[in-house]
Design a protein around this ligand. Structure first.
Ligand code: TRP
Ligand code: ZN
Length: 462
């Protein structure tokens, strides 16, 4: 999604009388990757997605899905051909572009190569519809763990960071092509479906319930999410008036009242973080405590997922995943090498939470982390593909922020914490932009400070 008016600009260009003077288009294939050094095959070039409409029926008996995903996109070059990311054993029964059947092949692990009946002019909107079925297979990456469509005892949970979305829908799986989503999911009556954004309307017919969820703000595919199973759902509202939908898997051993506590703590954290980071970026919030077995929690947009074994789902962890709604979700790095812009700020959210609600000063957490940290070998702002979820990124990322606070003072620092997410709301960001932003705000040259903390291996002196 391009936040300016790409769609109308394209329509104007196509109908402009000057078009005749323009040389005949040279249609060329879109790139098979979006250019992330860590994940070169992820994403594609030549178009920009505006919306995903995922319609999917799930059969818990076989674990199979039967789905049609419709994608609204705009060509960003004269396209003879383009790719979507789509992976695993799902079988495609029909694929159309602008309503006409289109030729396609599958190439490598994740490329779905589509040749429309005629070329797509730069700037023109187009619709791709893909029907497919089968049993989706999760990804088990030696360094990055489990992701994608994960079967559970009574359903499935889909978690897509950094890779995984392509295990159950065709997608431009890159952080810098955000789009809105509707997910319309049909399951046997009695099961519940949760997903990003706003619920309903739901319908039940012939012992099948169809749940609808809409994310009406730009979302990166890695933050899309689905949870199907037996859940106890709690609906509330934050003090600021945001709808707050939380859910706990029924197979999870809970303490009495935990559903209410989970809902209320979520509301409290969102309210408090809004006072520190500025207005909450999405139209609702919540969280899902699921028995999924991936051993991590994930900041899925508007509604994080907490694996049941992410120990106690306490305020700290909620502060981390909900802090990501500003840092990671609303603002998303262009490249995975910059993931400290997510994890550093989310970890710093935990430190702020500890100070605010448990009386542990941030500076004390910093000092302890600085003393205890063993790994000072890598570069925070370029940790390497296999290390994007390492402590280095989380802890040294947060330490960098606290060191910055000590350098520029509280006033400027807390301005950074609200202005940075406000300036780039729903957009994509880089470390270079962050450094420039802080330097402009403070009128200081901080190059060597950031060089030391973000790029240079070794323990920075204080
Ligand atoms: N990004 C997640 C968070 O910090 C954590 C996470 C996602 C993760 N995938 C992972 C951690 C794989 C370890 C391994 O909220
Ligand atoms: Zn995180």
């Amino acid at each position: 999604m391009i936040i300016s008016c790409a769609l109308s600009a394209g329509l104007l260009a196509a109908t402009s009388p000057a078009a005749e003077a323009v040389p005949a288009p040279r249609f060329t294939p879109g790139a098979p990757g979006a250019g992330d050094p860590y994940f070169p095959d992820m994403g594609n070039g030549g178009y920009d997605v505006g919306h995903y409409d995922i319609r999917l029926a799930f059969d818990p008996g076989t674990g199979a899905i039967d789905a049609t995903t419709t994608i609204l996109a705009t060509a960003t070059q004269d396209l003879s051909r383009f790719d979507l990311d789509f992976q695993g054993p799902l079988t495609i029964s029909r694929l159309s572009v602008n309503g006409r059947n289109a030729a396609f092949t599958r190439s490598g692990a994740q490329e779905l190569v589509i040749t429309p009946p005629s070329g797509l002019r730069k700037g023109s909107p187009f619709v791709v519809s893909v029907s497919y079925a089968g049993v989706p297979q999760k990804i088990d990456d030696p360094a990055l763990g489990l992701s994608g469509w994960v079967a559970t005892k009574d359903g499935a949970v889909a978690l897509n960071q950094p890779i995984g979305a392509a295990t159950y829908y065709p997608v431009n799986d890159t952080t810098d092509d955000k789009a809105t989503y509707t997910q319309t999911i049909t399951v046997p009556a009695g099961l519940t479906v949760l997903a990003n954004g706003e619920p309903g309307p739901n319908t039940t017919r012939d012992h099948q319930t169809t749940f609808r969820w809409s994310m009406n703000r730009p979302m990166a595919s890695e933050l899309s999410m689905l949870a199907i199973g037996h859940y106890d759902v709690t609906r509330g509202v934050t003090a600021g008036g945001l709808p707050n939908i939380t859910a706990i898997g029924q197979s999870i051993d809970t303490k009495p009242g935990q559903g209410q506590v989970f809902n209320q703590t979520t509301a409290q954290v969102v309210q408090w973080e809004s006072s520190v980071y500025g207005p909450y970026p999405f139209d609702s919030t919540g969280g899902i405590l699921a028995d999924v077995g991936v051993h991590y929690a994930l900041e899925t947009q508007s509604r994080p997922v907490y694996d049941q074994d992410t120990s106690d789902v306490d305020g700290d962890l909620l502060a981390h995943e909900l802090g990501h709604q500003w840092f990671g979700d609303s603002l998303t790095p262009v490249h995975w090498s910059d993931i400290w812009l997510n994890e550093g700020f989310a970890t710093y959210s935990e430190w702020l939470y500890q100070e605010k609600f448990n009386g542990v000063p941030v500076q004390q957490t910093f000092a302890k982390t600085y003393t205890d940290e063993k790994d000072w070998t890598g570069a925070v702002a370029d940790p390497g593909r296999d290390n994007i979820f390492n402590d280095l990124v989380y802890n040294r990322g947060a330490m960098t922020l606290q060191a910055l606070r000590m350098k520029i003072g509280d006033r400027a620092f807390f301005e950074v914490l609200t202005l940075w997410p406000t300036l780039h709301r729903y957009g994509n960001v880089s470390t270079r932009q962050f450094i420039q932003f802080v330097e402009r705000l403070t009128h200081r040259n901080l190059d060597s400070f950031f060089q030391t903390w973000l790029y240079q291996p070794g323990k920075p002196a204080l």
